[in-house]
Design a protein around this ligand. Structure first.
Ligand SMILES: *[C@@H]1O[C@H](CO)[C@@H](O)[C@H](O)[C@H]1NC(C)=O
Ligand SMILES: *[C@@H]1O[C@H](CO)[C@@H](O)[C@H](O)[C@H]1NC(C)=O
Ligand SMILES: *[C@@H]1O[C@H](CO)[C@@H](O)[C@H](O)[C@H]1NC(C)=O
Ligand SMILES: *[C@@H]1O[C@H](CO)[C@@H](O)[C@H](O)[C@H]1NC(C)=O
Ligand SMILES: *[C@@H]1O[C@H](CO)[C@@H](O)[C@H](O)[C@H]1NC(C)=O
Length: 214
């Protein structure tokens, strides 16, 4: 466009004795225009490259970071709890366990069916079944599982008697969730989430007085 205007602006008859002056003037203007144009292109290309690099870094450092989803138990109420005596210690309890699978990945986490083991003093007192499902990207999957726990399997030399007299029984829940995270519909990675929660239940108030998950 600029070149066209310049050739129109220069009438044929003006090409006379000061032709070389004008030519050199035009050449200088041309050079200046070209230089500016080159500058613009250079800035544009550099900006584009920076944009691409930032995008690639974001992709690699943020999107493609596969993290193990967090797997734990949330606060809950105990529906029923019956305890024996210190002389003949036992407990039966049932509650709805709110299980949470927090997926911070930029893609869904599909996991296989699994079980959560509840233990007392290292001995299994009950189980919760986790059905096969998925946790959507950047979200927390919430499932509620009914569990019934019983001290029937505990050895008679457990600490239950003294725990009952102190009024607090401490339970542990352990589980493992195996699955696959898929990012951008095609990048897949196997991930395993571990649950290890400790909960203390007050036998008098039937309240969960502490709950912590690792
Ligand atoms: C717990 O349940 C079992 C059988 O279901 C029963 O034999 C036991 O007495 C119960 N214990 C308590 C403390 O209720
Ligand atoms: C859990 O138990 C309650 C009754 O105690 C029942 O209404 C509910 O449907 C049960 N939930 C599941 C998932 O079995
Ligand atoms: C525990 O049970 C075993 C048999 O299973 C018995 O021999 C032992 O005397 C019991 N101990 C107590 C403290 O009751
Ligand atoms: C839960 O207990 C079962 C056996 O009852 C065992 O096969 C499984 O490995 C245990 N799971 C965890 C996470 O400890
Ligand atoms: C679970 O956490 C407890 C402490 O809170 C620890 O003693 C135990 O070894 C842990 N179990 C697993 C399987 O990581």
């Amino acid at each position: 466009m600029a070149e066209k205007n310049q050739s129109q602006y220069q009438p044929p008859e003006s090409i006379g004795y000061h032709r070389s002056d004008q030519e050199s003037l035009h050449t200088m203007e041309d050079e200046e225009a070209k230089r500016k144009k080159r500058m613009k292109w250079t800035i544009g290309i550099v900006a584009f490259i920076i944009f691409q690099v930032v995008q690639a870094l974001f992709f690699v450092l943020v999107i493609m970071k596969f993290k193990s989803p967090k797997f734990g138990v949330a606060e809950f109420d105990v529906q029923s709890l019956t305890v024996g005596t210190q002389a003949s210690p036992s407990f039966n309890t049932s509650f709805v366990t709110p299980i949470r699978i927090k997926n911070t990945n930029w893609g869904p986490f599909k996991y296989d069916a699994s079980t959560v083991n509840f233990t007392y003093g290292g001995v299994q007192v009950g189980q919760a079944i986790i059905p096969k499902s998925k946790a959507n990207f950047k979200s927390t999957k919430k499932i509620n599982v009914n569990v019934t726990l019983s001290s029937a399997n505990l050895p008679n030399d457990s600490n239950l008697g003294s725990d009952l007299s102190s009024g607090v029984i401490t339970l542990n829940s352990q589980g493992e969730l195996k699955g696959k995270v898929t990012v951008m519909f095609m990048f897949k990675k196997r991930k395993t989430s571990q649950m290890n929660c400790t909960m203390a239940i007050n036998t008098a108030t039937k309240a969960v007085q502490s709950l912590s998950c690792k």
